[in-house]
Design a protein around this ligand. Structure first.
Ligand SMILES: NC(=O)C1=CN([C@@H]2O[C@H](COP(=O)(O)OP(=O)(O)OC[C@H]3O[C@@H](n4cnc5c(N)ncnc54)[C@H](OP(=O)(O)O)[C@@H]3O)[C@@H](O)[C@H]2O)C=CC1
Ligand SMILES: CC(=O)C(=O)O
Ligand SMILES: [Mg+2]
Length: 614
């Protein structure tokens, strides 16, 4: 008998002994999912300690005795076997014991470094509590403190000095099946400005939502930081700064660098690898979108994703005010990429309702750092996308005077400048309108144009409010208001899921209008009655699947899908591709789980207090 077969006989014998012991002692903690019974095939041949160190495969103490024997990790873990349910409970107990959101962020990132399935399971079970940590607002703080938070690299860091070698760097990423990239150059991170390489927290966070919200498997996702320097002196002089310490490269060199990156992605991962541009500064965002939109499978989330989520929120708001888009007057505070993206899609939607282009544009006013955007304004540039909404009129600077002058029914903040909707602005909105629509979209919370509480209070509870970062429900005069979250997180995961599932080659403009319409339809009357123009965050996964199914329908109908044969039921087709947070089975393929452990649902409910006491 060879040494290895001798070892396996010993393993089986000792496994049987341990199994008997655990059947007596710990059977209530051992659970099995359907996937275990299906004896899934591991996508890796890793064994031993390497298996425990691989976050995509590691199950921690959930490895059964039999798996521990089979994979050569017996003795590398404490002897107890914990179910994923118990592990998830332990994570949440620890998470809730922390007093600081940055610590909670770090705790979760450490978990994703150790055990990816548990990380996503915990998010799925506690989505409303955790999304504000892995996403806005806490991700903003995490980026500002990335030097402290950074423990282990995620994704790729490509610097301007790598120009000429970008393909080689992409080849260092060993996952072969990359289907989606979120890329930033860190110049406009949320409303926090230029954070350079610290901005990597944003692609990481956005892609975590790809998996948590849209069920796109993490191994298909790749965050990328294109580090061309930073003009933020404070950041680059921080001893913990992780990027290159030089001023931003611009002009021809920058453009060549981005061109090379796009070509290298196609060469390495194929034409249908989706590239989401995130948090580039306006002066690059629009240019790059125009340059690459028709050539690559790409979109800009801040322009297009934001436009769709806001249009959907407006559809909801207008169901409350019982008006059409074109019946309203819109004032945008901030006239950058988010505002102009929204305005363009809004104008497009008004035209679909029958308005002419001139009529649609006439309903939209814009306001930037230099005041109302009117012809002949003495200061500030009037070029670029905002020029389409320039009016003849008085160059008013003070925002409450602007509101009084324009008399908007809808006020949309996308300035990144913090509390611009002060008392007088909100009160004026309340005086002009029975039901003023007020969206404070800037992120993170510190940059929101007003808080939910301020909006409800100053309009005597009459406003229809949404914000980019979440606000807790507000009680005003004994009534509870539930602010909606107008964040592109309701759109980009769905658009990307459909694009990837259908293997579409381009992300066309009409996908964002369809996504907006579908999201609008998924707002229930109960949501509207609660004053919320978006479905609750707890429903975001289901909402995303439904939107993606409609988009898939559209992609097949318009012959833009390349994944053949065409599935009959698009929703089922989408659901079949979703990431599953249940653990893989690592035991021998012939093995069957003993009868008494056959159902995960037999687990007795776990008493959290008992865990805390012991
Ligand atoms: N909720 C969501 O889903 C999303 C929210 N956002 C948020 O929107 C904000 C803006 O993003 P984005 O459009 O990309 O940024 P940009 O830099 O492209 O645009 C910012 C705009 O705000 C204007 N602005 C800045 N400060 C003031 C001020 N004090 N008074 C009036 N206008 C001002 C700027 O004026 P000027 O042009 O004169 O400089 C510019 O027009 C960010 O906070 C971002 O987080 C973005 C995308 C999605
Ligand atoms: C949400 C988002 O994309 C932003 O604030 O930039
Ligand atoms: Mg963004």
């Amino acid at each position: 008998m060879s040494f290895s077969s001798l070892r396996s006989v010993r393993s089986i014998l000792s496994y049987q002994k341990y199994l008997r012991y655990f059947q007596q002692q710990q059977s209530c903690l051992v659970t099995v999912t359907d996937e275990y019974r299906a004896v899934s095939k591991s996508r890796s041949s890793l064994k031993g300690v390497e298996l425990l160190r691989n976050p995509a495969l590691n199950k921690g103490m959930a490895f059964t005795l039999e798996e521990r024997q089979h994979m050569g990790i017996h003795g590398l873990l404490p002897p107890a076997v914990l179910s994923q349910d118990v592990q998830a409970l332990r994570v949440m107990i620890n998470f809730r014991r922390l007093n600081d959101d940055l610590d909670r962020y770090s705790e979760l990132m450490n978990l994703s470094d150790r055990n990816e399935k548990l990380f996503y399971r915990v998010i799925a079970d506690n989505i409303e509590e955790i999304i504000p940590i892995v996403y806005t607002p806490t991700v903003g703080l995490a980026c500002q403190k990335y030097g402290l938070v950074f423990k282990r690299p995620r994704g790729l860091f490509i610097t301007i000095h790598d120009k000429g070698h970008i393909y080689d760097i992409l080849c260092n990423w060993t996952e072969q099946q990359v289907k989606a990239i979120v890329v930033t150059d860190g110049e406009r991170i949320l409303g926090l400005g230029d954070l350079g390489a610290f901005g990597m927290g944003i692609p990481v966070g956005k892609l975590q939502l790809y998996t948590a919200i849209a069920g796109i498997p993490p191994q298909h996702c790749l965050p990328i930081m294109l580090d061309v320097g930073t003009n933020n002196q404070e950041i680059s002089s921080n001893p913990l700064y992780i990027g290159i310490r030089q001023k931003r490269v611009t002009g021809k060199e920058y453009d060549e660098f981005i061109d090379e990156f796009m070509e290298a992605v196609v060469q390495r991962f194929g034409w249908d690898c989706l590239i989401q541009f995130e948090d580039f500064a306006s002066h690059n965002a629009y240019r790059l979108l125009e340059r690459y939109q028709k050539q690559y499978c790409t979109f800009n989330d801040d322009i297009q994703g934001t436009a769709a989520v806001v249009l959907a929120g407006l559809f909801g708001a207008l169901r409350i005010t019982n008006t059409k888009l074109v019946d309203n007057k819109y004032l945008f505070v901030g006239a950058g990429q988010a505002a102009c993206g929204i305005a363009d899609l809004l104008a497009h939607a008004m035209m679909r309702e029958g308005a002419t282009q001139e009529e649609a544009a006439s309903r939209i006013w814009m306001y930037d750092v230099h005041g109302l955007i009117v012809e002949g304004r003495p200061q500030g540039d009037l070029e670029g996308p905002k020029s389409a909404y320039m009016k003849k009129g008085k160059p008013v600077k003070d925002l409450s005077a602007v509101v009084d002058y324009v008399k908007p029914s809808v006020l949309i903040g996308a300035s990144g400048a913090g509390r611009l909707f002060h008392e007088a602005v909100l009160k004026t909105m309340g005086q002009i309108n029975e039901r003023p629509v007020i969206f404070a979209l800037s992120n993170p919370t510190s940059r929101a144009e007003c808080t939910a509480e301020e909006a409800y209070r100053e309009t005597e509870g009459r406003c229809i409010f949404a914000s980019g970062s979440p606000f807790k429900p507000v009680v005003y005069k004994d009534k509870t208001f539930y602010p909606g979250q107008g964040n592109n997180a309701y759109i980009f995961p769905a658009v990307s899921l459909a694009t990837i599932a259908c293997a579409a080659r381009h992300v066309e403009e009409d996908m964002f209008l369809i996504a907006a319409q579908q999201l609008g339809l998924l707002v229930s009357q109960a949501d509207l009655d609660a004053g919320r123009v978006y479905p609750p965050v707890t429903a975001i996964h289901e909402v995303t699947v439904k939107i993606a199914a409609h988009l898939a329908e559209h992609l097949y109908e318009t012959k833009k899908a390349w994944n053949y044969p065409e599935p009959n039921d698009k929703e089922e087709f989408i659901r079949m591709q979703l990431y599953d947070t249940s653990y893989e089975y690592f035991g021998p393929k012939t093995w069957k789980w003993p009868e008494q452990h056959s159902s995960a649902r037999n687990v007795p409910s776990i008493d959290e207090d008992v865990c805390l006491e012991s």
